[in-house]
Design a protein around this ligand. Structure first.
Ligand SMILES: Nc1ncnc2c1ncn2[C@@H]1O[C@H](COP(=O)(O)OP(=O)(O)O)[C@@H](O)[C@H]1O
Ligand SMILES: [Mg+2]
Length: 255
């Protein structure tokens, strides 16, 4: 509760507007002389899952590049935990709790699993302990032998290794770009269960690019739809799928 004294000397009690953990406002991005993103705004709070959908090439990954700090937007701002992080590079955003996963799980192929964990623990100070590593392994259910070369891991285990290394730092926001891409059906269920735990038990804020409507239906509180670099709809999954602009974006090519 905030107390404010008006010019008439009367004290008003104001409810401060609730600030979400993470937001971006009016993000525009040009790459190679082309407009890739136009005036994208979004927000997500702790314990909330925002799904992002849209046809291939809509700009979903490019948006994540801006939100995580890999690309610099032409205009717009990114706010995390009450701080304007628009000018912070990727590694600094990672340090303050913005975690990101990638469409393609690239592991350090010259290292073993154990060496990868060690590198992640010692990536920056304070170094993380073996307990924190084992907490993350338990969370992700990643039990591969530390001596295993990462180059031998299949896609599921690559995704799990990277997620363990990310979770060790206890990010409060996760930007997940197609986390189930490349997994076979029997693996997808296990990964989906993990995403549910991250979202609903660890109280993280999650923005997830995902094509599978059945997963979004169960975990996403809201869904935003992108097409050709713009946000064309946002709301609960049922209503955005009924939106004529969304239907046109998805089905206009199907003739
Ligand atoms: N580095 C880049 N340089 C130029 N164009 C790019 C670059 N990265 C992506 N694009 C273009 O931006 C558009 C959006 O791509 P992307 O963000 O990968 O879409 P999505 O993830 O929704 O499939 C595409 O037309 C793509 O070709
Ligand atoms: Mg993409």
């Amino acid at each position: 509760m905030v107390e404010e004294e008006t010019s008439a000397g009367v004290t008003n009690q104001l409810h401060p507007p609730s600030t979400p953990l993470f937001a971006c406002k009016d993000i525009s991005l040009d790459l190679g002389g082309r407009e890739i993103l136009k005036d994208i705004s979004l927000q997500v709070d702790r314990g909330e899952v925002l799904g992002v959908i849209g046809p291939n090439g809509a700009g979903k990954t490019s948006l994540f590049e801006v939100l995580s700090g890999r690309h610099t937007a032409k205009s717009g701002s990114v706010i995390f935990n009450g701080q304007d992080v628009t000018a912070l590079p990727l590694y600094q955003r990672a340090r303050i709790g913005i975690g990101r996963t990638y469409q393609t799980p690239v592991v350090p192929e010259e290292l073993t699993v154990g060496e990868s964990f060690k590198a992640a623990r010692q990536a920056y100070k304070p170094y993380l302990t073996a307990q924190e590593e084992s907490w993350a392994r338990g969370l992700v259910r990643f039990w591969i032998d530390p001596n295993e070369p990462t180059v031998l891991l299949d896609t599921l285990d690559r995704r799990k290794l990277l997620l363990c290394c990310l979770m060790m730092r206890r990010p409060s926001l996760l930007l997940m770009d197609e986390p189930a891409a490349g997994l076979i059906n029997s693996e997808v269920d296990e990964f989906d269960e993990l995403i549910r735990i991250l979202a609903k038990e660890l109280n993280l804020a999650i923005v997830i690019v995902e094509h599978r409507m059945e997963l979004l239906d169960t975990i996403a509180d809201r869904v935003m739809v992108m097409d050709a670099g713009e946000k064309i709809s946002e709301g609960d999954l049922g209503s955005v799928l009924q939106d004529p602009r969304v239907r046109a974006a998805y089905f206009e090519d199907v003739h």
